[in-house]
Design a protein around this ligand. Structure first.
Ligand SMILES: Cc1cc2nc3c(=O)[nH]c(=O)nc-3n(C[C@H](O)[C@H](O)[C@H](O)COP(=O)(O)OP(=O)(O)OC[C@H]3O[C@@H](n4cnc5c(N)ncnc54)[C@H](O)[C@@H]3O)c2cc1C
Length: 380
C-alpha cells in the first residue's frame, strides 16, 4: 500500500476535491482523506451557488443541479417583496451528488481517495490518521487543510483560525417538503424579526421542497438561531414536513496567514467564505483550484503565485464585503426599509445580468443621507 504522497489533502468537500483534481491532472501524486464513509453526508449547506462568483473555475454538470434559478425574491421587514429577474443567476445544487461527483473526478485524474479515514494530527511531514480502528501515517511533501469551518489542520500547522462572536454567523436550516414554493427564485428575507444581523432564505429544490434557514449575528441577539427559525416556519410553512435539521456557522474573517512553506488552508478552513452572503461553495472551489495548480508549481521547483492569486480572485472581495458587513450590522429595520426602497428602484422591472456591489452600495449611501456618514466611516 502506498504511504508516500506529494500532496495530502484533508477533507473531500468542494474545496478539497477541487484541489485534488487540479493537482492530480498536473501529475502530482495526491491522497485525499475524508473522515465520513459517504462524501457530502452529513451536510450543512443551503446548496445555493451563483454563476458569477464561480466564474470559469468549474463546469457545473446537469446531474449535480436540483434547480436552475431565474432570480431572487427580496422581502423586507414588513413583508413586502420585489423580484430581481436574473436569468441564469445560478443553481440550487444537490450536494449529495455534487460533492461525491467532484471527488470522483479527482480520482479519475489520478488522486487516491480514502473514505472513513480521519486525520488526527500532523507530525513533521506525516499526517496521522485513524483508519479501520487503528492509527496510521502517510507522508507528504505538501499538505492542504480543506477540513471545513471547524478545521483542525489549521491548529496543527500553527495558524490561529479561531472565530470571535463578531466573526461568525450562526445558522439554522431545515430541509422541508410538503410545502408550496416558486421553484424559479431564491427568497432572501431581511429584518430583525427573522434574522438579526443576517438574513433568512428559501432555496427551492422543487415545487414542493426547499432548504429553508437563516443566519444571524450572535452580537445582535441572545436568542438562538433555531428559535428564530421555528417561529418563522410556523408562520410561513405550517404543515411542512421537516426532513433534516442542520445547524452550523459561517465565518466572516480574513486570516493573517493561510499558507506556509509546505502547507495551505483552503475553503472554509482558510476562512474563504463570503462574509456578506455566507456563501462558501464558489470560494471553496476557487481556492482549491488555485492551491492545486500552485502546489504543482511548487513541487516542480517553480515560483508559487498562491498568495497573489488568492488575493486577486477571493480575498480582495472578502475584504470589501467585510467592510460592507460592518455597515450592515449597524442597520435598523427602518434603515432596511429605506435600503429596500432604493434596491427596488434599481432592480424591479429590469432583467439583470450582473450585480456590482460597489455600485449598489454607492447608490444606497448617496440616496440615504443618514447612512452616508456611517457608511463612509466604516467603508473607507
Ligand atoms: C446552514 C448553512 C447554509 C449554507 N448555505 C450555503 C449556500 O447556500 N451556498 C454556499 O455557497 N455556501 C453555503 N454555506 C457554506 C458552505 O456549506 C461551505 O462554505 C462549503 O461547504 C465549504 O466547502 P469546504 O470544502 O471548504 O468544506 P466542507 O464542505 O465543510 O468539507 C470539509 C470536509 O472535510 C471533512 N473533514 C473534516 N475534518 C476531517 C478530518 N479530520 N479528516 C478527514 N476529513 C475531514 C468533512 O467530513 C467534510 O467532508 C452554508 C453553510 C451553512 C452552515
Amino acid at each position: 500500500m502506498k504511504k508516500n504522497f506529494d500532496l495530502i489533502i484533508v477533507g473531500a468537500g468542494p474545496a478539497g476535491s477541487a484541489a485534488a483534481l487540479t493537482a492530480a491532472e498536473r501529475g502530482v501524486s495526491v491522497l485525499l482523506l475524508e473522515e465520513h464513509s459517504q462524501i457530502g453526508t452529513p451536510l450543512a449547506c443551503a446548496e445555493g451557488l451563483s454563476r458569477s462568483t464561480l466564474k470559469e473555475f468549474l463546469d457545473i454538470r446537469p446531474e449535480w443541479v436540483a434547480r436552475e434559478l431565474s432570480g431572487s425574491i427580496i422581502r423586507n421587514p414588513k413583508g413586502t417583496e420585489f423580484t430581481i429577474e436574473y436569468p441564469g443567476v445560478g443553481w440550487v445544487l444537490d450536494r449529495k451528488r455534487f460533492d461525491p461527483g467532484l471527488a470522483e473526478i479527482a480520482v479519475e485524474k489520478g488522486a487516491v481517495l480514502k473514505k472513513s479515514v480521519k486525520a488526527i494530527g500532523i507530525q513533521d511531514n506525516e499526517v496521522v490518521v485513524q483508519e479501520n480502528g487503528s492509527k496510521n501515517t502517510y507522508s507528504f511533501k505538501y499538505v492542504i487543510g480543506a477540513d471545513g469551518v471547524a478545521s483542525k489542520v489549521g491548529v496543527w500547522v500553527g495558524i490561529d483560525t479561531r472565530l470571535s462572536l463578531s466573526e461568525i454567523e450562526v445558522c439554522a436550516e431545515y430541509r422541508l417538503s410538503n410545502i408550496v414554493v416558486n421553484p424559479e427564485y431564491a427568497y432572501l428575507i431581511f429584518g430583525s424579526k427573522y434574522a438579526p444581523g443576517g438574513y433568512a432564505w428559501i432555496f427551492p429544490k422543487s415545487k414542493t421542497s426547499a432548504n429553508v434557514g437563516l443566519g444571524l449575528s450572535p452580537l445582535k441577539t441572545k436568542d438562538n438561531a433555531k428559535s428564530f427559525l421555528d417561529r418563522w416556519l410556523e408562520e410561513e410553512f405550517p404543515g411542512a414536513r421537516i426532513d433534516e435539521k442542520i445547524f452550523g456557522g459561517v465565518s466572516a474573517k480574513i486570516l493573517k496567514r493561510f499558507s506556509g512553506r509546505n502547507f495551505s488552508l483552503i475553503g472554509d478552513a482558510g476562512r474563504f467564505t463570503d462574509p456578506l452572503s455566507g456563501a462558501g461553495i464558489a470560494n471553496g472551489i476557487k481556492s482549491g483550484v488555485i492551491a492545486g495548480r500552485n502546489v504543482a508549481r511548487i513541487l516542480r521547483g517553480q515560483k508559487s503565485h498562491l498568495e497573489g492569486e488568492m488575493k486577486a480572485e477571493i480575498l480582495d472581495e472578502i475584504k470589501w464585503h467585510l467592510r460592507v458587513r460592518n455597515v450592515y450590522l449597524k442597520l435598523t429595520d427602518d434603515d432596511f426599509l429605506e435600503v429596500f426602497r432604493i434596491a427596488e428602484k434599481v432592480f424591479a422591472g429590469q432583467t439583470i445580468t450582473d450585480i456590482n456591489t460597489h455600485h449598489l452600495v454607492k447608490q444606497i449611501l448617496l440616496s440615504c443621507p443618514h447612512l452616508l456618514k456611517l457608511g463612509f466611516r466604516l467603508l473607507f
